[in-house]
Design a protein around this ligand. Sequence first.
Ligand code: PLP
Length: 398
Amino acid sequence: MHSTPRIPGHRFLHSPGPTRVPDDVLHAMSRQPMDLADPRVANLIAACESGLKRLLQTERADVFFYSANGHGGWEAVIANLVGPGVKVLVPGTGHFSDGWAEQVEAFGGVALRTPCTEGRPIDADAVEAVLREDRAHEIAAVFAVHTDTASSVTSDLRAIRAAIDAAGHRALFVVDVVASLGAAPFAMDSLGVDVAMGASQKGLMLPPGLAFVAAKGRALQAARANPAPRFYWDWARRKSDLQYRKFCGTPPLAHLAGLEAALALIEREGLPQVHARHARLANAVHAAVDHWGAAGGVALLCPEPAARSVSVTAVRVASDIDPEALRTVAREHFQVAIAGGLGPYAGRVFRIGHLGDMNEAMILGALAGVEAAMTLQRVPHRSGGVEAAIAALVGAVS
Ligand SMILES: *Cc1c(COP(=O)(O)O)cnc(C)c1O
């Protein structure tokens, strides 16, 4: 007979997505579906729309929800804004800017890219230079990834907005906040962002399966002027008070109930407090990795403290170390699930997720599990990374 051994206690999930789902959200998602004419459905949708707009800090955007993952959110943006031959500038952040650019090309769009230096944020000067060159204003939009989850680098969106303005370019500013929303500060209106897209399973603390796009006036106009065929993703079709139109069919009620609960948790804690907590926990992780790194086996991938993500930390390993074996040991022996390297980082980094429903004790537990796994795997590291993290957390209190 097949049986899986029981693992007592918590298993620590430190992937940068999917992330841990808080109990309030799990309970909200386990409710029975409702008759679609039930006024509670309309209230639920309205709460999700208004709550998400508060989180995005926008008053002017319309919000569209899709039963989809982050790639579905990307597709929604592309299907509405990128007709065949339309040019988009995708500033290089690494794995995720490459992925979005490829998807643009699959739709017949032209994706221009700026170079990406490993471990570095978007080069705003390069963005400005490309836009200045484009005297005919053929570039319809700049598609910027706020936090590239593969490199754990967060780019300065204000600098990109300033680059677009300095070039005097009218390209739409479109931002992927999949890995940053609910963790790092983001204010759609004051940043002059025309479109923001995201997904449920990272800072929003839901299971995977819900994507959203928030789009403002100029972007909605551009979508209306785009003749490319589309149906499910179409903003104009979804801009309706009828639920059935808003969702192009039955709303994903469980995910919406979870989102309502998650947004309430964020509001109860307070958005500035949520951001400060993420910064504090990220700082503790950086302190531990820096401490470990003195022995040469591991190092932070992102050298620039200001560009380090508060959501996830990519740790580079020496060339003779297999991060996948380390992950397996951390997960199977110490109950700490960390993430591996994506794309160009495969086999060269592991990543510690620290976003969403996360606190000090959880981070210390995760770091202890990683340190134990490094010890077992004989990964060279200076022991005492957990103490370094404790010192960082204590320093943040006193
Ligand atoms: C996770 C992620 C995506 C893709 O989301 P999926 O749900 O895996 O399709 C896109 N962009 C960023 C920045 C991400 O972190």
